[in-house]
Ligand binder design. Structure first.
Ligand SMILES: Cc1cc2nc3c(=O)[nH]c(=O)nc-3n(C[C@H](O)[C@H](O)[C@H](O)COP(=O)(O)O)c2cc1C
Length: 354
């Protein structure tokens, strides 16, 4: 019988409360995004890809801080790199910081990453990919997982050759986004490959790509036998989509709810990135949140023109006065930041992909 999206499942000793996983997305998966995803029913959330070289050098020039909040667990932190020992060292640091799972990116198609031998390039270097997996899996006690694409070139089936080898090397689960790296985000995710991969390995497989509705999520689970689906672009500025995918109850949020979630998201992101970085980073979120016919287009354009996030928040309160009470309630539920693990100066990449 096909499992329900509401069912919990196990990734080795980590219990994951639902079968919907929030995708790692560079430039998107900040802490506010992850904790909001958990609140709306994602069973597992993931950081964006973090450079293992950056961890090693504590490179402050790149993006600031990685926080692990008490309300994020289970949390996977994703690393990328091409040197087994450096990846292993990064994994040790992340385990100590509170990651429940260390995920490795073998899927990023961006040249800046692949030219260093990391990301999707590793699908063409299966021996090295296995050595990295072995080194990382033996460096930590938490489960180590791999996220990959189908291969580099269009039509590639490399994921099916490499998948079982990665499991043998110690991968506790595999996530497949069955597009080629060359495809980037064009065309569609061919989940017939996900079904083939499920047949080949005896660890959980997570299906990533084009899951945007409850019906699609159910269809992908049924067609592939995957343990869970992953949701990426569909959840951008749209935590309600996660709830709909898990529960199958497509209730549109009110304006007040949208404004309140966005206000809390802005405040949290400013706390995480600082006002200067957050004000630019957040602009794309205004369109994502306020679209879907929720607010008139000129209002979004107005917000994007503003420099200070305080002004954005002011306009949102003015446009949806009833949101104040909701904001208060949401903020009261946030855990005490004092209890957070904070790796100062740990870089996170804003460029990536997978
Ligand atoms: C803006 C953006 C950034 C992404 N960054 C990452 C990343 O850091 N690591 C990764 O493994 N995948 C990354 N991905 C890929 C997603 O995790 C996911 O596999 C892909 O978007 C397909 O799922 P979707 O159709 O639900 O968006 C990124 C995707 C997008 C759109």
């Amino acid at each position: 019988m096909q499992p329900s999206l509401r069912d919990s499942w196990w990734l080795r000793e980590v219990e994951i409360p639902t079968r919907v996983v929030l995708a790692p997305m560079a430039g998107v998966s900040v802490q506010a995004f992850r904790r909001q995803g958990r609140r709306y029913g994602a069973g597992l959330v993931c950081s964006e890809m973090v450079s293992c070289a950056g961890i090693e050098h504590r490179n402050e020039r790149t993006l600031g801080y990685l926080r692990v909040g008490a309300d994020e667990h289970p949390l996977a932190i994703q690393i990328f790199g091409s040197e087994p020992e450096k990846m292993a060292e990064a994994a040790r640091i992340l385990e100590a910081a509170g990651a429940d799972i260390v995920d490795m990116n073998f899927g990023c198609p961006v040249r800046k990453v692949t030219k260093t031998g990391a990301g999707a390039h590793l699908l063409e270097e299966p021996d090295l990919a296995c050595r990295i997996t072995e080194a990382v899996a033996s460096a930590v006690t938490v489960p180590v997982t791999v996220k990959m694409r189908r291969g580099v070139e269009d039509g590639s089936r490399a994921c099916l050759a490499i998948g079982p080898r990665l499991v043998e090397a110690g991968a506790a689960a595999l996530t497949l986004h069955p597009r080629s790296a060359t495809q980037m985000y064009t065309g569609f995710a061919d989940h017939s490959l996900t079904a083939e991969l499920v047949e080949l390995v005896d660890v959980p497989v997570i299906a990533s790509g084009d899951v945007t509705s409850h019906a699609k999520a159910e269809a992908v689970l049924a067609a592939t036998g995957a343990s869970a689906v992953m949701v990426g672009r569909g959840a951008q500025g749209n935590p309600w989509a996660i709830r709909d995918i898990v529960l199958g109850e497509g209730e549109a949020p009110t304006r007040e709810e949208v404004a309140a979630e966005l206000i809390v998201f802005i405040r949290e992101t400013v706390r995480e990135l600082g006002e200067r970085r957050a004000s630019g980073f957040l602009k794309k979120f205004y369109g994502w949140y306020l679209g879907h016919g929720r607010f008139p287009k000129p209002f979004k354009n107005e917000l994007v023109q503003l420099h200070a996030t305080d002004e954005v928040i002011e306009r949102l309160f003015a446009a949806a006065p009833g949101s104040a009470e909701l904001v208060e309630r949401l903020e009261a539920e946030l855990p005490d930041p004092e209890g957070e693990t904070l790796l100062e100066g740990m870089p996170i990449s804003i460029y990536g992909g997978g």
